[in-house]
Ligand binder design. Structure first.
Ligand code: PTJ
Length: 256
Protein backbone atom coordinates (compact mmCIF):
# COMPACT_ATOMS: atom_id res chain seq x y z
CA UNK A 1 0.00 0.00 0.00
CA UNK A 2 1.19 3.53 -0.76
CA UNK A 3 1.97 5.40 2.46
CA UNK A 4 -0.65 8.17 2.67
CA UNK A 5 0.28 10.87 5.22
CA UNK A 6 -2.47 11.45 7.82
CA UNK A 7 -2.40 15.22 7.19
CA UNK A 8 -3.19 14.80 3.47
CA UNK A 9 -6.42 16.78 2.79
CA UNK A 10 -7.88 13.78 0.90
CA UNK A 11 -6.65 11.19 3.44
CA UNK A 12 -9.95 9.31 3.93
CA UNK A 13 -10.66 9.12 0.21
CA UNK A 14 -7.12 8.01 -0.65
CA UNK A 15 -7.07 5.33 2.05
CA UNK A 16 -10.38 3.98 0.74
CA UNK A 17 -8.88 3.80 -2.74
CA UNK A 18 -5.82 1.98 -1.38
CA UNK A 19 -8.08 -0.60 0.28
CA UNK A 20 -9.79 -1.38 -3.04
CA UNK A 21 -6.44 -1.69 -4.83
CA UNK A 22 -5.23 -3.99 -2.03
CA UNK A 23 -8.45 -6.01 -2.47
CA UNK A 24 -7.57 -6.55 -6.15
CA UNK A 25 -3.96 -7.44 -5.23
CA UNK A 26 -5.03 -10.14 -2.77
CA UNK A 27 -7.70 -11.51 -5.12
CA UNK A 28 -10.90 -10.58 -3.28
CA UNK A 29 -11.95 -7.59 -5.42
CA UNK A 30 -12.55 -7.71 -9.17
CA UNK A 31 -10.75 -5.25 -11.47
CA UNK A 32 -14.21 -3.98 -12.39
CA UNK A 33 -14.52 -3.06 -8.72
CA UNK A 34 -11.94 -0.30 -9.29
CA UNK A 35 -14.23 1.30 -11.85
CA UNK A 36 -17.21 1.02 -9.49
CA UNK A 37 -15.21 2.72 -6.72
CA UNK A 38 -14.28 5.61 -9.04
CA UNK A 39 -17.92 6.11 -9.93
CA UNK A 40 -18.84 6.10 -6.26
CA UNK A 41 -16.16 8.71 -5.47
CA UNK A 42 -17.56 11.06 -8.11
CA UNK A 43 -21.07 10.87 -6.64
CA UNK A 44 -19.66 11.26 -3.13
CA UNK A 45 -18.16 14.63 -4.15
CA UNK A 46 -21.60 15.72 -5.34
CA UNK A 47 -23.42 14.63 -2.17
CA UNK A 48 -20.82 16.56 -0.10
CA UNK A 49 -18.94 13.53 1.32
CA UNK A 50 -21.21 13.38 4.34
CA UNK A 51 -24.36 11.58 5.47
CA UNK A 52 -27.38 13.69 4.57
CA UNK A 53 -30.46 13.89 6.77
CA UNK A 54 -32.45 11.80 4.27
CA UNK A 55 -29.70 9.14 4.13
CA UNK A 56 -29.79 8.90 7.94
CA UNK A 57 -33.59 8.44 7.78
CA UNK A 58 -33.09 5.64 5.21
CA UNK A 59 -30.41 4.05 7.41
CA UNK A 60 -32.81 4.03 10.40
CA UNK A 61 -35.59 2.51 8.26
CA UNK A 62 -33.13 -0.12 7.02
CA UNK A 63 -32.16 -1.02 10.59
CA UNK A 64 -35.82 -1.22 11.65
CA UNK A 65 -36.52 -3.63 8.76
CA UNK A 66 -33.52 -5.79 9.63
CA UNK A 67 -34.49 -5.93 13.33
CA UNK A 68 -38.05 -6.95 12.41
CA UNK A 69 -36.93 -9.61 9.90
CA UNK A 70 -37.17 -13.38 10.36
CA UNK A 71 -34.15 -14.03 8.14
CA UNK A 72 -32.11 -10.94 7.25
CA UNK A 73 -29.10 -11.36 4.99
CA UNK A 74 -26.30 -8.90 4.26
CA UNK A 75 -24.88 -9.59 0.82
CA UNK A 76 -21.11 -9.10 0.45
CA UNK A 77 -19.27 -8.52 -2.83
CA UNK A 78 -15.61 -7.93 -3.67
CA UNK A 79 -15.79 -4.18 -3.03
CA UNK A 80 -17.49 -4.29 0.35
CA UNK A 81 -15.21 -7.15 1.44
CA UNK A 82 -12.18 -4.96 0.74
CA UNK A 83 -13.58 -1.68 2.07
CA UNK A 84 -15.53 -2.60 5.18
CA UNK A 85 -14.95 -6.20 6.35
CA UNK A 86 -14.93 -5.26 10.06
CA UNK A 87 -18.07 -3.12 9.75
CA UNK A 88 -19.89 -5.91 7.88
CA UNK A 89 -18.99 -8.33 10.67
CA UNK A 90 -20.04 -5.82 13.34
CA UNK A 91 -23.39 -5.02 11.66
CA UNK A 92 -24.20 -8.73 11.34
CA UNK A 93 -23.26 -9.28 14.96
CA UNK A 94 -25.30 -6.41 16.39
CA UNK A 95 -28.43 -7.00 14.25
CA UNK A 96 -28.38 -10.82 14.21
CA UNK A 97 -28.37 -10.79 10.38
CA UNK A 98 -26.08 -13.19 8.50
CA UNK A 99 -23.50 -12.41 5.83
CA UNK A 100 -23.60 -14.11 2.42
CA UNK A 101 -20.97 -13.71 -0.29
CA UNK A 102 -22.60 -13.15 -3.68
CA UNK A 103 -20.55 -12.11 -6.70
CA UNK A 104 -21.21 -10.80 -10.18
CA UNK A 105 -17.74 -11.73 -11.48
CA UNK A 106 -17.92 -15.06 -9.69
CA UNK A 107 -15.34 -17.75 -9.16
CA UNK A 108 -15.45 -20.32 -6.37
CA UNK A 109 -11.90 -19.40 -5.42
CA UNK A 110 -12.87 -15.74 -4.91
CA UNK A 111 -16.01 -16.67 -2.93
CA UNK A 112 -13.88 -18.73 -0.51
CA UNK A 113 -11.15 -16.08 -0.29
CA UNK A 114 -13.79 -13.52 0.72
CA UNK A 115 -15.33 -15.90 3.27
CA UNK A 116 -11.86 -16.40 4.85
CA UNK A 117 -11.18 -12.65 4.71
CA UNK A 118 -14.46 -11.86 6.51
CA UNK A 119 -13.75 -14.47 9.16
CA UNK A 120 -10.28 -13.01 9.70
CA UNK A 121 -12.06 -9.68 10.33
CA UNK A 122 -14.35 -11.04 13.03
CA UNK A 123 -17.29 -12.61 11.17
CA UNK A 124 -18.87 -15.79 12.49
CA UNK A 125 -20.82 -17.88 9.98
CA UNK A 126 -20.54 -16.59 6.40
CA UNK A 127 -22.89 -18.08 3.80
CA UNK A 128 -22.37 -18.20 0.03
CA UNK A 129 -20.09 -21.21 -0.22
CA UNK A 130 -22.87 -23.70 -0.97
CA UNK A 131 -24.52 -21.99 -3.93
CA UNK A 132 -27.30 -24.60 -3.83
CA UNK A 133 -30.08 -22.45 -5.40
CA UNK A 134 -30.43 -20.17 -8.43
CA UNK A 135 -32.40 -16.98 -8.84
CA UNK A 136 -34.06 -16.58 -12.23
CA UNK A 137 -31.17 -14.58 -13.73
CA UNK A 138 -28.83 -15.36 -16.61
CA UNK A 139 -25.57 -14.42 -14.83
CA UNK A 140 -23.65 -15.68 -11.83
CA UNK A 141 -25.27 -13.39 -9.27
CA UNK A 142 -28.08 -15.93 -9.61
CA UNK A 143 -26.10 -18.41 -7.50
CA UNK A 144 -27.24 -18.14 -3.87
CA UNK A 145 -27.58 -20.25 -0.74
CA UNK A 146 -31.02 -21.73 -0.07
CA UNK A 147 -30.87 -20.93 3.66
CA UNK A 148 -29.56 -17.43 2.90
CA UNK A 149 -30.59 -15.00 0.16
CA UNK A 150 -33.03 -17.48 -1.40
CA UNK A 151 -35.23 -17.73 1.67
CA UNK A 152 -34.47 -14.33 3.24
CA UNK A 153 -37.27 -11.84 3.88
CA UNK A 154 -34.94 -8.81 4.09
CA UNK A 155 -31.72 -8.46 2.06
CA UNK A 156 -29.13 -5.67 2.24
CA UNK A 157 -27.32 -5.45 -1.12
CA UNK A 158 -24.68 -2.68 -1.01
CA UNK A 159 -22.99 -1.59 -4.29
CA UNK A 160 -25.24 -3.77 -6.38
CA UNK A 161 -25.66 -3.89 -10.15
CA UNK A 162 -29.37 -3.81 -10.87
CA UNK A 163 -30.72 -7.12 -12.14
CA UNK A 164 -30.54 -9.06 -8.92
CA UNK A 165 -32.06 -6.18 -6.95
CA UNK A 166 -35.09 -6.22 -9.25
CA UNK A 167 -35.37 -10.02 -9.03
CA UNK A 168 -35.26 -9.96 -5.22
CA UNK A 169 -37.98 -7.28 -5.13
CA UNK A 170 -40.10 -9.38 -7.54
CA UNK A 171 -39.68 -12.33 -5.17
CA UNK A 172 -41.39 -10.24 -2.48
CA UNK A 173 -38.32 -9.56 -0.36
CA UNK A 174 -37.58 -6.18 1.22
CA UNK A 175 -34.43 -5.00 -0.53
CA UNK A 176 -32.15 -2.36 0.97
CA UNK A 177 -29.25 -0.92 -0.99
CA UNK A 178 -26.38 1.44 -0.27
CA UNK A 179 -25.49 3.26 -3.48
CA UNK A 180 -24.00 6.73 -3.96
CA UNK A 181 -25.60 6.97 -7.41
CA UNK A 182 -29.28 7.82 -6.84
CA UNK A 183 -29.98 7.20 -10.54
CA UNK A 184 -28.64 3.66 -10.74
CA UNK A 185 -31.13 0.90 -11.58
CA UNK A 186 -30.52 -0.58 -8.15
CA UNK A 187 -31.19 2.74 -6.38
CA UNK A 188 -34.44 3.19 -8.32
CA UNK A 189 -35.60 -0.41 -7.77
CA UNK A 190 -34.79 -1.10 -4.11
CA UNK A 191 -37.37 -0.64 -1.36
CA UNK A 192 -34.88 1.36 0.71
CA UNK A 193 -32.07 3.29 -1.00
CA UNK A 194 -29.31 4.66 1.19
CA UNK A 195 -27.44 7.29 -0.84
CA UNK A 196 -24.28 7.35 1.27
CA UNK A 197 -20.77 5.98 1.16
CA UNK A 198 -20.78 2.39 2.44
CA UNK A 199 -17.95 3.38 4.82
CA UNK A 200 -20.20 5.96 6.56
CA UNK A 201 -23.51 4.12 6.15
CA UNK A 202 -22.41 0.95 7.94
CA UNK A 203 -20.92 2.90 10.87
CA UNK A 204 -24.21 4.78 11.25
CA UNK A 205 -26.29 1.61 10.95
CA UNK A 206 -24.28 -0.08 13.71
CA UNK A 207 -24.87 2.90 16.02
CA UNK A 208 -28.58 3.14 15.09
CA UNK A 209 -29.00 -0.57 15.82
CA UNK A 210 -27.51 -0.10 19.29
CA UNK A 211 -29.92 2.82 19.88
CA UNK A 212 -33.01 1.07 18.45
CA UNK A 213 -32.52 -2.50 19.64
CA UNK A 214 -34.58 -2.01 22.79
CA UNK A 215 -37.57 -0.50 20.93
CA UNK A 216 -40.66 -2.71 20.72
CA UNK A 217 -41.84 -4.14 17.39
CA UNK A 218 -44.70 -1.62 17.07
CA UNK A 219 -42.38 1.37 17.20
CA UNK A 220 -39.95 -0.28 14.76
CA UNK A 221 -42.92 -0.96 12.45
CA UNK A 222 -43.89 2.74 12.66
CA UNK A 223 -40.40 3.69 11.41
CA UNK A 224 -40.82 1.23 8.52
CA UNK A 225 -44.33 2.46 7.64
CA UNK A 226 -43.44 6.15 7.66
CA UNK A 227 -40.49 5.70 5.27
CA UNK A 228 -40.87 6.93 1.68
CA UNK A 229 -38.10 5.91 -0.76
CA UNK A 230 -39.16 8.34 -3.50
CA UNK A 231 -38.60 11.23 -1.08
CA UNK A 232 -35.14 9.84 -0.21
CA UNK A 233 -34.06 9.62 -3.85
CA UNK A 234 -35.45 13.01 -4.74
CA UNK A 235 -33.73 14.56 -1.69
CA UNK A 236 -30.39 13.08 -2.80
CA UNK A 237 -30.82 14.52 -6.29
CA UNK A 238 -31.79 17.96 -4.98
CA UNK A 239 -28.86 17.92 -2.52
CA UNK A 240 -26.45 17.19 -5.36
CA UNK A 241 -28.01 19.89 -7.51
CA UNK A 242 -27.80 22.40 -4.63
CA UNK A 243 -24.15 21.52 -3.87
CA UNK A 244 -23.19 21.96 -7.52
CA UNK A 245 -25.08 25.26 -7.74
CA UNK A 246 -23.42 26.59 -4.54
CA UNK A 247 -20.00 25.64 -5.87
CA UNK A 248 -20.67 27.44 -9.15
CA UNK A 249 -21.89 30.54 -7.27
CA UNK A 250 -18.79 30.50 -5.02
CA UNK A 251 -16.74 30.73 -8.20
CA UNK A 252 -18.90 33.58 -9.41
CA UNK A 253 -19.78 31.63 -12.51
CA UNK A 254 -22.93 32.03 -14.51
CA UNK A 255 -24.12 29.88 -17.38
CA UNK A 256 -22.67 30.73 -20.77
O1 PTJ B 1 -17.38 -8.32 -6.55
P1 PTJ B 1 -18.38 -8.47 -7.66
O2 PTJ B 1 -17.90 -9.41 -8.73
O3 PTJ B 1 -19.74 -8.90 -7.17
O4 PTJ B 1 -18.57 -7.04 -8.36
C1 PTJ B 1 -18.86 -5.90 -7.57
C2 PTJ B 1 -19.10 -4.65 -8.45
C3 PTJ B 1 -19.21 -3.46 -7.50
C4 PTJ B 1 -17.89 -4.45 -9.37
C5 PTJ B 1 -20.36 -4.86 -9.28
O5 PTJ B 1 -21.45 -5.09 -8.41
C6 PTJ B 1 -20.64 -3.67 -10.19
O6 PTJ B 1 -20.21 -3.62 -11.32
O7 PTJ B 1 -21.37 -2.70 -9.64
P2 PTJ B 1 -21.78 -1.34 -10.42
O8 PTJ B 1 -22.77 -1.61 -11.49
O9 PTJ B 1 -20.55 -0.57 -10.75
O10 PTJ B 1 -22.56 -0.60 -9.27
C7 PTJ B 1 -21.94 -0.22 -8.09
C8 PTJ B 1 -22.65 1.03 -7.56
O11 PTJ B 1 -22.08 1.33 -6.28
C9 PTJ B 1 -22.45 2.28 -8.44
O12 PTJ B 1 -23.70 2.95 -8.59
C10 PTJ B 1 -21.49 3.17 -7.63
O13 PTJ B 1 -21.77 4.55 -7.78
C11 PTJ B 1 -21.77 2.72 -6.21
N1 PTJ B 1 -20.61 2.83 -5.32
C12 PTJ B 1 -19.30 2.63 -5.62
N2 PTJ B 1 -18.54 2.79 -4.53
C13 PTJ B 1 -19.37 3.07 -3.51
C14 PTJ B 1 -20.71 3.10 -4.00
N3 PTJ B 1 -21.76 3.35 -3.22
C15 PTJ B 1 -21.53 3.55 -1.88
N4 PTJ B 1 -20.28 3.53 -1.35
C16 PTJ B 1 -19.18 3.30 -2.12
N5 PTJ B 1 -17.95 3.29 -1.57
Amino acid sequence: MTDIPKDHPRYESLITRERIVEGVNIGITSKQGLVAQGRGEAFDYMIGEKTTKSAAIAERAAVANILLADNAIISVNGNTAALVPDLMAALADVTGARLEVNLFHRSDARVHKIIDHLKAHGSGVVLGGKGDKRLDLSHDRAIVDEEGIFSADVVLVPLEDGDRCQKLVEMGKTVITIDLNPLSRTALTANITIVDNVTRALKNMIQFTKDMKTQNRDSLQEIVDSFNNDVTISDALYTMQENLKNKAEEKGLTCV
